[in-house]
Ligand binder design. Structure first.
Ligand code: NDP
Ligand code: HSE
Length: 440
């Protein structure tokens, strides 16, 4: 049978990784796909730049539109990243009747509804396994493996760069900026690393996971997003002393009045498996009503792990080339006319527990005032820890863990605590989740 011809947009970390894996495992891959898969055309910005893969036999261009318009190419693999020109090129590829594989979570989270509608109309596939959690096949797992379940919630460490930074801060006492540079050198970070550290990349991925878990449209603009840039080594240390780890989590939950969709640093009890997922590794916990809690673990970034997911999608596309478009697995797991309009809840309406760190002047009655404010708002305290003042400081750090409370009530409490003359500066607030089976 004729080989299936592939065009690749982007030959950076993931693009080169994909060419390498396709070459290295060519025999195994064609035995699985039933056809040889051949990369014939690839685009990059700077054709003089050395590549981490062999480009022998691949026509190179700095004009990506040549790849999407090449009649020989059956599958376009978009590995450039960013919103534009990726979106326009993918729409053009679809218009030209080509199947698309992409690792671009930003594009899928922001423009996926438009892209899938175009693909549906044209009867082509758009596969995006590598867009979430790198090498972990989490899209296929939720979309197909858990298709019998009503998904109740999911929680994931879905940004390798942030997990790498938090782990190195904890284990080596390393400085935030230094570790970020390392993550960039290792090829983990996005072209603009603020996407990683401010939680935007995780929010892109969470938006995609929530859509396929709950059968709702992609709604990136409604995700609550908070990154790790304000987390200090002190918080990491105090959390440890209380038996918790701080992780950047993406959380999506079917609450009684709507869907929670939030990315923020989170304290997790250290006895949980997911609290022990370190470095660039990712993990996603998914709770289905039938299967119960399940967890998926693997490398969340890097050339080969991400290529593993990209190549799996290419194989899937090649296997289904001849299948009736109406009998394919739907892009977002649920049939396009069966999406639900469950609202995404604003963060004020989300209930969670909290870690609070305040700087208190060391005088009588301070703690009593703070606990009174919390008590008046119905906020129960789980634990309190008062630390020694640090050298040269005339205030003492006080750490409070609370039970679950609506975010809007916690906001009121924090405003009142910050207004006390005995409290210096701002209250540091980090949300806390126990991640137990019944979300309590
Ligand atoms: P890189 O920056 O390493 O590679 C991007 C590639 O696209 C480069 O080869 C670049 O060319 C090319 N490119 C960019 N813009 C253009 C353009 N306008 N015209 C032609 N070529 C262009 O990114 P990554 O490989 O890290 O990421 C690619 C995608 O994969 C992104 O969507 C990213 O979010 C996603 N992803 C990345 C992971 C990772 O671990 N890195 C993991 C999972 C997903 P040139 O080399 O000449 O500059
Ligand atoms: N920048 C991303 C991360 C790449 O660090 O997780 C993988 O999607």
């Amino acid at each position: 049978m004729e080989p299936v011809k592939i065009g690749i947009l982007g030959l950076g970390t993931v693009g080169s990784g994909t060419v390498n894996v396709l070459a290295r495992n060519a025999d195994e891959i064609s035995r699985r796909a039933g056809r040889e898969i051949r990369v014939v055309h690839a685009a990059a910005r700077d054709l003089k730049r050395p590549r981490a893969c062999s480009t022998e036999g691949i026509r190179l261009t700095d004009k990506p539109e040549e790849v999407v318009n090449n009649p020989e190419v059956a599958v376009v693999v978009e590995l450039m990243g960013g919103y534009e020109p990726a979106r326009s090129l993918v729409l053009r590829a679809i218009e030209n009747g080509k199947h698309v594989v992409t690792a671009n979570k930003a594009m899928i989270a922001a423009h996926g509804n438009e892209i899938f509608a175009a693909a549906q109309k044209k009867g082509v596939m758009v596969a995006f396994e590598a867009a979430v959690a790198g090498g972990i096949p989490i899209i296929k797992t939720i979309r197909e493996g858990l298709a019998g379940n009503r998904i109740e919630w999911l929680a994931g460490i879905i940004n390798g760069t942030c997990n790498y930074i938090l782990t190195e801060m904890r284990d080596r006492g390393a400085d935030f900026g230094d570790v970020l540079k390392e993550a960039q050198q290792l090829g983990y970070a996005e072209a603009d690393p603020t996407f990683d550290v401010e939680g935007i990349d995780a929010a892109h991925k969470l938006t995609i996971l929530a859509a396929i878990a709950f059968g709702v449209p992609l709604q990136f603009d409604k995700a609550y997003t908070e990154g790790i840039s304000k987390i200090t080594r002190l918080d990491v240390e105090y959390a440890e002393q209380l038996g918790y780890r701080i992780k950047l989590l993406g959380l999506a939950r079917r609450a009684p009045t709507g869907i929670e969709l939030r990315v923020h640093p989170t304290l997790i009890p250290e006895r949980r498996l997911i609290a022990n997922v370190d470095g660039v590794m990712n993990a996603v916990l998914v709770k289905g009503d039938a299967v119960g809690p399940t967890m998926y673990y693997g490398a969340g970034a890097g050339a080969d792990p991400t290529a593993s997911a990209v190549v799996a999608d290419i194989v899937d596309v090649v296997r289904t080339l001849t299948a009736d478009p109406n009998n394919r697995v739907p892009h977002l797991a649920f049939q396009p006319d069966q999406l639900s309009n469950l609202p995404i809840l604003p963060i004020d309406e989300v209930e969670t527990a909290y870690y609070l760190r305040l700087q208190a002047h060391d005088k009588p009655g301070v703690l009593a005032n703070v606990t009174r404010i919390l008590g008046d708002l119905g906020i129960s305290i789980e634990a309190i820890l008062q630390k020694e003042p640090r050298e040269g400081e005339n205030t003492v750090p006080v750490i409070i863990l609370t039970q679950r409370v609506l975010e809007k009530h916690m906001n009121q409490a924090i405003a009142k605590i910050e207004a006390l003359s005995s409290i210096a500066g701002k209250v540091m607030r980090i949300r806390l989740e126990h991640l137990n089976r019944d979300w309590k």
